[in-house]
Design a binder for this molecule. Structure first.
Ligand SMILES: CC(C)(COP(=O)(O)OP(=O)(O)OC[C@H]1O[C@@H](n2cnc3c(N)ncnc32)[C@H](O)[C@@H]1OP(=O)(O)O)[C@@H](O)C(=O)NCCC(=O)NCCS
Length: 299
């Protein structure tokens, strides 16, 4: 990288995304006035991220994937966090950031890991083409060497996530139209079967898993998979945060206050120099026992 002193002022920010001059706004080379009204929002997202125009066959699939990722109810940690943030007095922008910030490797952000896994699985399957069932053996090895949890599979709530079969229908349509190849859609399905074989029970593909299959079909980088999920979920987060603001609940905790939590630390004890009449570390009679349940507090 050039030394800071050698960078010309014009090169301080470099971008291939947008070119702006007085009276001119070109996105990826296209004048904004040509894009407005001709290229819809989802296609603009694609243009921004890839620099290419989205083909009609892929547009429906990307749109469906984003639409399916927007919300999973007030219990979803990303949504709950945003609603709690609003009730604590944060403005909408901070509440959306709070919700988006909850999307990690296990909740909502597993798509990025699943994409990396599916790309790696594709390589592993190619390397062991002579195996009787290369997907099962590759998944088994991955679970031994990389992670016992395969990202994108398993759900606490849905025996079958209704978004998954629908997005598979769209992937089938896109494949029939030649818009995608279908390899990663097929691999992800076979992972579900492999997990059933390995774990002895079905671990359904979740929204992160099916989104990962779609984004791998598009050849996107795993980081962008998470980015697209965050983008879509932010719509749901915004709607919930706005709704919460209208409900007037102040300092909403993660549970109603009458639902207790469990205290599992030491029983009440006194500082060595406190006047207890007993020795250091001793407890007063009648003190709270370890493992007791407590009513929740708001602050
Ligand atoms: C989503 C998730 C947290 C749900 O967990 P859960 O239903 O509570 O499942 P548990 O953690 O109780 O595990 C139950 C069993 O299924 C197994 N299991 C669950 N998800 C698994 C996965 N993705 N890969 C391999 N095994 C899995 C566990 O190892 C455990 O097996 P055991 O009975 O032999 O110990 C979990 O499936 C997971 O971490 N999945 C991967 C991350 C992911 O896709 N997150 C997005 C969720 S929408």
């Amino acid at each position: 990288m050039a030394d800071r002193a050698e960078i010309s002022p014009g090169d301080w920010w470099r971008t291939s995304i947008i070119d702006i001059e007085p009276g001119k706004i070109n996105v990826r080379g296209y004048p904004i006035q040509d894009l407005i009204g001709r290229v819809d929002f989802v296609s603009m997202i694609w243009l921004y991220l890839t620099g290419e125009l989205l083909t009609p066959g892929r547009r429906k699939l990307l749109e469906g994937t984003l639409a399916g990722s927007m919300d999973h109810g007030p219990h979803a940690p990303s949504i709950a966090a945003a609603r709690m943030a609003v009730s604590c007095g944060l403005p909408l922008n901070s509440a959306v950031a709070t919700g988006a910030g909850m999307l990690g490797d296990i909740h909502g952000g597993a798509g990025q890991q699943c994409m990396a896994f599916l790309y790696r699985l594709g390589e592993m399957v190619d390397e062991r083409a002579d195996d009787a069932d290369p997907v099962i053996s590759a998944v088994r090895d991955y679970m031994k060497t990389e992670s016992p949890f395969i990202p994108g599979f398993g759900h606490r709530f849905h025996p079958v996530d209704p978004r998954v079969p629908r997005l598979y229908e769209l992937m089938d349509e896109a494949k029939a139209e030649g818009a995608i190849d279908g390899r990663y859609a097929d691999l992800a399905r076979r992972v579900e079967d492999a997990l059933a074989e390995i774990k002895g029970k079905r671990l359904p593909m979740n929204i992160d898993g099916v989104s990962a299959a779609v984004f791998c079909e598009f050849g996107l980088a795993p980081e962008l998979g998470r980015g697209l999920f965050v983008l879509a979920r932010s719509v749901g987060v915004l709607a919930h945060a706005y709704e919460q603001g209208g409900q007037g609940h102040r300092i909403k905790g993660p549970m109603p206050r009458h639902i207790p939590y469990t205290y599992e630390g030491p029983a009440e004890r006194r500082l060595p120099d406190a006047e207890t009449g007993t020795g250091p570390g001793s407890t007063k009679s009648g003190s709270t026992k370890s493992g007791s349940t407590k009513s929740g507090t708001d602050v």
